[in-house]
Ligand binder design. Structure first.
Ligand code: UN1
Length: 492
């Protein structure tokens, strides 16, 4: 299929250059099935947690702008190694090179954001009802933060959490997806080098590789006040219950099942690109992937044939080829899940594309279904776009909302009323709502996350940092009397 060297060997060579070599005895690369480097499982999560507590106790007293300097230096190291790390992301996940490098760019961007934030961890001052009193909020570091990341963004989502947590004064424990530990290992090695030169406490950010038990150990441990997890709804549900059982906090980013509404006034040239990128890009394996297209009757026949043509012409192949737009799926289970969803779709409607090619390579599919389809309410992590027809705007909004998930959404319209109605309280019910673009490819500056089964968490930009700190309300009486709030009398 390609003229590139075996993927696993190339990954091993990149690790050599980055100074963190590993034996090539790991999982098959999604690109060609050759063995990837193998990251050993962490022997003892309990020891890592203990080290994280000790590191936190030192780090929390370092001034926040100084903590920002560490993240700044980490960002510089990422800039230096952006292309090598991006290529490793590509080899490990199968996403095309520009997206692999884009993922490392996303880490660099969040470093920049976090460095600025390190001088902006603002609290409020609040007018006290009591004379000669001051009331204010101070944000303190929280403690060790566990970050559980998914295979599809094996390093960027960790960085959203870790870079913010570090400037907030927290220590970090990272359990990467079992499917993609190699880039995590390389990023951690880079961080370790920067942290050592900086003189950061040992164990400030650690990689804790392992399976379900490792995740369960992090979820159950009361020394970890916050567990931030990205992944499937069943994973998030089990994790949230374990964390809640000890009254810890969890920050969840789970299923998406994003929908886009195409209105009569939509710019169809822009629509074709936006839809193809969000539905088929990253081989349909983003939380923000567009899975449902809700198309107005009046544009259906103009748009859908063009989309079918665009899907049929997508360049599928080795993601290291700069011409490739669609790489392989992550593994054979993912390919099987796609096939089984398509079998169900064929029973309900008409499927175009979706052929299984060699190995983990597939052609993205369009499945035209009835508007009330139950299948379209389920999220299959694959490049399948369910196309549903609508006749009036209220119906389109109702379809968008009628799913258990609520991460991302978009509308394609040149009608101001429709666009603004989509963004109103009775419009999209998602954490992200876009106009005249797709559903994926968010910038780091906004808060990222969503409602309902998506889990309610917000990561990355805006004021998401508040989840990584503890808020203390402080009251100071600078007078000589002791007035009580609410006018309560208590005279001795
Ligand atoms: C994810 O799929 O979990 O908005 C994260 C996007 C990316 C992040 C996706 N910036 O598509």
């Amino acid at each position: 299929m390609s003229t590139f060297p075996p993927a696993g060997a190339e990954a091993a060579a990149i690790l050599e250059v980055l100074g963190c070599p590993l034996p090539q005895t790991g999982l098959p690369s999604p690109i060609d099935g050759t063995p990837m480097p193998q990251v050993p499982d962490h022997a003892d999560p309990a020891a890592a947690i203990a080290a994280s507590v000790t590191a936190f106790e030192a780090w929390r007293s370092v001034p926040a702008p100084v903590r920002g300097l560490l993240v700044r230096q980490f960002g510089e190291a990422l800039r230096t190694h952006r292309d090598a790390l991006g290529r490793l992301v590509t080899i490990e996940t199968g996403k095309p090179l520009s997206e692999g490098v884009g993922e490392v760019q996303e880490m660099i961007d969040i470093c920049d954001f976090a460095v600025g934030l390190s001088r902006q961890l603002y609290g409020l001052t609040i007018a006290s009802e009591r004379p000669e009193h001051h009331m204010r909020e101070l944000w303190h570091p929280l403690g060790p933060v566990a970050v559980i990341s998914a295979f599809n963004f094996p390093v960027a989502v960790w960085a959203w959490n870790a870079c913010i947590a570090l400037v907030c004064g927290d220590s970090v424990l990272w359990k990467p997806s079992e499917k993609t530990p190699v880039t995590a290992h390389a990023v951690q090695a880079l961080f370790d080098r920067v942290a050592k030169d900086f003189g950061a406490p040992e164990g400030l950010a650690q990689l804790v590789t392992g399976g379900r038990e490792t995740g369960a150990a992090l979820a159950a441990d009361p020394r970890i006040p916050l567990v931030s997890a990205t992944g499937s709804v069943p994973m998030g549900r089990a994790l949230a219950q374990a964390v809640a059982a000890r009254l810890g906090r969890s920050l969840l980013e789970l299923g998406g099942n994003a929908a886009t509404i195409v209105c009569p006034s939509a710019d169809l040239d822009l629509a074709v690109r936006a839809i193809a990128f969000s539905a088929a890009g990253t081989t349909g394996q983003r939380c923000t992937t567009m899975r449902r297209l809700i198309v107005h009757d009046s544009v259906y026949d103009a748009l859908i044939p063009r989309l079918k043509k665009a899907f049929a012409s997508l360049r599928i192949g080795d993601p290291r080829d700069p011409e490739t737009l669609i790489g392989p799926m992550i593994d054979s289970q993912a390919v099987a899940a796609m096939a089984s969803a398509l079998t169900r779709a064929r029973a309900e409607g008409e499927v175009t594309g979706g052929e299984q090619l060699d190995g983990n390579y597939v052609r993205p599919a369009l499945a035209e279904l009835p508007a009330q389809s139950d299948l379209a309410r389920e999220e299959t992590f694959a490049p399948i776009l369910y196309v549903l027809r609508y006749t009036d705007f209220a119906q389109a909004i109702a379809i968008q909302r009628d799913v258990p998930q609520g991460l991302s959404s978009s509308i394609l319209t040149n009608d101001l009323r429709e666009g603004e109605a989509f963004l109103s309280a009775t419009g999209s019910d998602c954490g992200i709502a876009n106009v005249n673009m797709g559903t994926s490819g968010a910038e780091i500056g906004g808060a990222f996350g969503g409602e309902k089964e998506t889990g309610g968490g917000r990561e990355s930009g805006s004021d998401s940092w508040k989840a990584y700190m503890r808020r203390q309300t402080q009251n100071v009486n600078y007078g000589r009397t002791l007035p009580l709030a609410q006018g309560v009398e208590f005279d001795l």
